[in-house]
Design a protein around this ligand. Structure first.
Ligand code: PLP
Length: 376
């Protein structure tokens, strides 16, 4: 099987699953319990938090463990808006965010928040000048993703943060799910940042929210004192403990994997440029991990199924929207035709992909186009 769907999820590294199994068996104590087993779990959990904080160059108290990036996004947006209503009620968000961001924004409207959607440009990014144009004295929050999950476009987060911080009462939330451990993430310019473990060869049900000390949130899950009172419920200690190892291993390989993935990306771009009717939709300066392509001759669903039958896994749109019938809103927002948007597939590469797989992919696409009786 060839797996080109790493933006949806990744395999768990054996180093991570081995430690996780040991922890499940041995460290089942509740970190809030006062006995030895509880104290041990607590110590390991806090050590993990400390290690993660060091790797992100933030303080340990700025790391909140959550259950998934969707939860981190919801807590960042709803938690921040509800806790800071006295500052203003205007929020800016890009028009191509993950559904967990979009739905949180829509949900806030019932409380009187004014949500303004910023259009991405034809390169798939939000420009700092647009944020400057739309930001107001009563804007309390700006939220954009770092790397777009469908196209791989990279938002200029540093420059956007400068505009955001020109309003002293405004904070910047960045969804870093598709960028973290792939490219440098400047956490120093973000007030809230979302990361998910299962996108970086870690566990599903494990994520975090980086929240700078000065930022006040309202909890979404009521309960005990866990996670500074911002997320009630017994800590998932084994998951949270192995998250630091997951991050460390991914960061250690960052440059090497980036080079390997770039070669695969470049090869597929070159080969596709020789096929009639093939389009490369991701821009040249997009992250090499994500390559959005389409063929005039064949729709997304048909191509996805044909590749699937031949053992190649890809996405037709971002996985969280894959059960909705409509086409890619990101491509349409970038100005691509409806035809391209209904014919696109997303390839997303990972650390274990090879050039041989890339070559099989190209060969298979040609076979599929031939078999469907379509011109090459
Ligand atoms: N944000 C982005 C940009 C994503 O691509 C995804 C998942 O695809 C998420 C958030 C949600 O991640 P999780 O599955 O951990 O909730």
């Amino acid at each position: 099987m060839i797996y080109f769907d790493h933006s949806s999820t990744t395999s768990v590294r054996p180093e991570v699953s081995n430690v996780y199994s040991q922890l499940l068996a041995q460290q089942y104590g509740n970190p809030d319990s006062l006995h030895a087993l509880g104290r041990k779990a607590h110590a390991l959990l806090e050590k993990s938090r400390e290690n993660i904080a060091k790797m992100l160059h933030v303080l340990p108290g700025e790391i909140l463990f959550t259950g998934c990036a969707s939860e981190s996004n919801s807590l960042a947006i709803i938690g921040y808006a509800l806790a800071n209503r006295n500052r203003g009620n205007h929020i800016l968000v890009s028009n191509v965010e993950h559904p967990s961001v979009m739905h949180s924004m829509e949900w806030l409207k019932q409380f009187g928040f004014e949500i303004e959607y910023l259009p991405i440009n034809s390169n798939g990014i939000i420009t700092p000048s647009l944020v400057k144009e739309r930001i107001r004295k009563d804007t309390i929050l700006v939220s954009t993703m770092h790397v777009n999950n469908e196209m791989g476009a990279i938002n200029p987060v540093k420059e956007i943060s400068e505009v955001v911080h020109s309003i002293p009462t405004c904070v910047y939330h960045v969804d870093c799910v598709q960028s973290f451990t792939k490219i440098d993430v400047p956490f120093e310019c973000m007030d809230l940042a979302t990361i998910s473990a299962h996108k970086i060869h870690g566990l599903k049900g494990s994520a975090l929210l980086m929240k700078k000390k000065k930022v006040k949130l309202m909890p979404l899950i009521q309960g005990g004192q866990q996670e500074q009172g911002l997320r009630g419920g017994t800590e998932n200690a084994p998951s949270n403990i192995v998250l630091s190892k997951t991050i460390r291993l991914a960061l250690e390989e960052k440059e090497e994997v980036y080079k390997r993935v770039s070669k695969i990306n470049q090869y597929i771009r070159e080969e596709l440029s020789k096929i009639k009717g093939a389009h490369i939709n991701s821009k040249e300066d997009a992250i090499p991990y994500i390559l959005n392509i389409s063929f005039d001759q064949i729709t997304s669903e048909v191509l996805l199924n044909a590749l699937d039958q031949r053992g190649i896994c890809v996405s037709a749109k971002s996985t969280c929207s894959s059960h909705q019938k409509n086409y890619s809103s990101t491509l349409v927002a970038m100005g691509y035709s409806e035809k391209i948007a209904t014919h696109m597939i997303r390839l997303s590469f990972g650390k274990d992909n090879t050039m041989e797989e890339a070559s099989i992919f190209i060969k298979t696409c040609k076979e599929i186009l031939n078999q469907y009786g379509l011109s090459l």
